[in-house]
Design a protein around this ligand. Structure first.
Ligand SMILES: NC(=O)c1ccc[n+]([C@@H]2O[C@H](COP(=O)([O-])OP(=O)(O)OC[C@H]3O[C@@H](n4cnc5c(N)ncnc54)[C@H](O)[C@@H]3O)[C@@H](O)[C@H]2O)c1
Ligand SMILES: O=C(O)C[C@H](O)C(=O)O
Ligand SMILES: [Mn+2]
Length: 543
């Protein structure tokens, strides 16, 4: 095999496998290195799907798909295009969680990721450059894996979430897979199981915080912007003490967003707007309880607050609609250990006759009678039957979103929520949920996962060459999904189905790009948002 042939067959961005034509094989020195049949991508797809189906478990299915991804990106995405609903939970949440837990046992390939080490700040730029291999990178997803889903600290293993988020970007919105870069910031880990594991692949020391950590983050951002000046930077699964700090440091200067804060805020607001479309209620009449007032919980509160202010409320009036509940119970202005984000959403003890008793969710629900309850607590089963029945006794259509991931951490199951409320709850869950049959009605359950939003958001920002992302664009995006679900149907979902993710991601991208252009936030001249999005879209066909 010549050097070229070897390089091409081992390059997932160029490899076509058995689809190389006779002429291509001759030209590239591949003659005789493949079986003689020349297959179409459709034939390869059928064959690959058969292999996928022959795998017994979801983890084996994932391993098969990741091997295909490692070998031939075009074929992988062609196949995913045809089976997006089936593949999403396998390449992404929840099965990605299993692969993160078993990263070293399963390790075969670095998947073109960049591994930035807190111990080698001098190597940051070279690391990004080497991993990109001269590709024109437009999208970077970076994680330091301190807060992987709700599973805590997974060190270098967390790189799989960056890879998985990017797979969804391409499948949903059509970003060219050769223009993306997953990045792991290996700052060490406080996960003792990993530190004790002789096969652990990351830096074997406690997690680094403070100046040393922020210096590496800053070196990373500077190198990333220098090497890929047209790129969008997406932050994923950072810990509660760093996520907001990092976002605030960079959000006014570069095109960037934090998915757990902003992507989640968007999908929850879109879901609430969908629910209110069904119940015909106004957002101004809602009492919103965030259970788990961390990165996601406070991102959600801020996005809903923006919406209330657009509806005419002052900031102080809008804040009166929120009840933030964390480990301490309802958060009051005098509660100890509040995060900066929590301080914005506290209540006063004088509002309640039994303030000192409001230390658990049940007591708070009894005292407040929320109409909307969002779970981002990482605490499984905490939306109990008695709590849900209490909530549902005081509101006709309770809006209940148990969002903690993966499956084993969800605050409740969709099926139970429908049953306990006699079909009145308007539900969205973090991971995909099956339809629920109850009293002759089929309830469709929306997936309240930021995967519904970040691909369209990110793609729209990239296509419009956005300088920054601001609240105006975020708000426009939250409203973009309206009208996709037929809310007149009994049992309708509050969010559009994943089966339509390519369709609504495109719409979302166009709305985002239009908002960027309207605000003159585009770096390069663009006349049509729709055209810019169409021009950027990659399709999984061999070139
Ligand atoms: N569906 C989605 O799109 C989506 C998006 C982001 C996060 N999430 C999920 O939300 C969860 C939280 O993620 P995060 O990034 O906000 O993490 P985080 O660590 O920033 O926040 C979790 C919060 O829950 C609180 N908490 C822990 N135990 C509690 C208890 N017993 N009662 C009340 N609160 C408690 C913590 O103190 C913390 O403030 C995770 O499971 C994650 O998978 C889902
Ligand atoms: O990754 C997901 O499935 C959603 C979200 O970003 C999370 O952290 O749970
Ligand atoms: Mn996340």
């Amino acid at each position: 095999m010549t050097q070229t042939a070897d390089t091409i067959l081992n390059n997932p961005f160029l490899n076509k496998g058995t689809a190389f034509t006779k002429a291509e094989r001759q030209e590239l020195g591949l003659t005789g290195t493949l079986p003689s049949a020349v297959q179409t991508i459709e034939e390869q797809t059928t064959q690959a799907y058969g292999q996928f189906q022959s795998k017994a478990t979801r983890l084996e299915k994932r391993i098969f798909l990741m091997n295909l991804f490692n070998e031939n990106r075009t074929l992988f995405y062609h196949l995913m295009d045809e089976h997006v609903v089936e593949f999403m939970p396998i390449v992404y949440d929840p099965v990605v969680a299993d692969s993160i837990e078993q990263y070293n046992q399963l390790f075969l390939d670095p998947q073109n990721a960049a591994f930035v080490s807190v111990d080698a700040p001098e190597d940051v730029e070279a690391t990004l450059k080497n991993a990109a291999e001269g590709r024109d990178i437009r999208l970077v997803v970076v994680t330091d894996a301190e807060g992987i889903l709700g599973m805590g600290d997974w060190g270098v293993n967390g790189v799989d979430i960056a890879v998985g988020k990017l797979m969804v970007y391409t499948a949903a919105a059509g970003i060219d897979p050769s223009q993306v870069l997953p990045v792991s910031i290996d700052a060490g880990t406080n996960n003792q199981k990993l530190l004790d594991d002789p096969m652990y692949l990351g830096n074997r020391h406690k997690r680094v915080y403070g100046d040393q950590y922020y210096d590496v983050i800053d070196k990373f951002v500077k190198a990333e912007q220098k090497l890929f000046p047209e790129s969008l930077l997406h932050w994923e699964d950072f810990g509660r003490s760093n996520a907001q700090v990092i976002l605030d440091k960079y959000k006014d200067d570069i095109a960037t967003f934090n998915d757990d804060i902003q992507g989640t805020g968007m999908v929850v607001l879109a879901g609430i707007l969908g629910a209110l479309n069904i119940s015909k209620e106004s957002i101004k009449d809602q009492k919103i309880l965030s259970f788990g007032a961390g990165t996601a919980g406070m991102g959600i509160a801020n996005q809903i607050m923006d919406e209330l202010m657009q509806a005419g409320l002052t900031e102080a009036e809008a804040k009166q609609h929120f009840y933030a509940v964390d480990k301490q119970g309802l958060l009051f202005d005098d509660t100890d250990d509040l995060t900066p984000a929590q301080k914005e959403f506290t209540r006063s003890r004088s509002e309640f006759s039994n303030a000192d008793e409001l230390t658990n969710l049940e007591a708070v629900v009894k005292a407040v009678h929320p109409t909307v309850m969002i779970g981002t607590s990482t605490q499984p089963g905490t939306f109990t039957e008695s709590i849900i029945k209490e909530m549902a006794a005081h509101t006709e259509r309770p809006i209940i979103f148990p969002l903690s991931n993966p499956t084993k951490l969800a605050e409740a199951k969709a099926e139970d929520l429908i049953k306990w409320t006699d079909g009145r709850a308007l539900v969205a869950t973090g991971i995909p949920a099956d339809d629920v049959e109850y009293n002759g009605v089929t309830y469709q359950i929306g997936q309240g996962n930021n995967a519904l939003m970040y691909p369209g958001l990110g793609f729209g920002l990239i296509a419009s060459t956005a300088k920054v992302l601001n609240s105006e664009t975020l708000s426009a995006a939250c409203h973009a999904l309206g009208g996709i679900v037929d809310t007149s149907k009994p049992g309708a979902a509050v969010l559009p189905p994943v089966a339509k993710i390519t369709e609504f991601s495109q719409k979302l991208a166009e709305v985002v790009a239009q908002s960027v252009i309207d605000q003159k936030l585009n770096k390069e001249p663009i006349t049509s948002a729709k055209q810019a999005v169409a021009d950027m879209k990659w399709v999984p066909e061999y070139k």
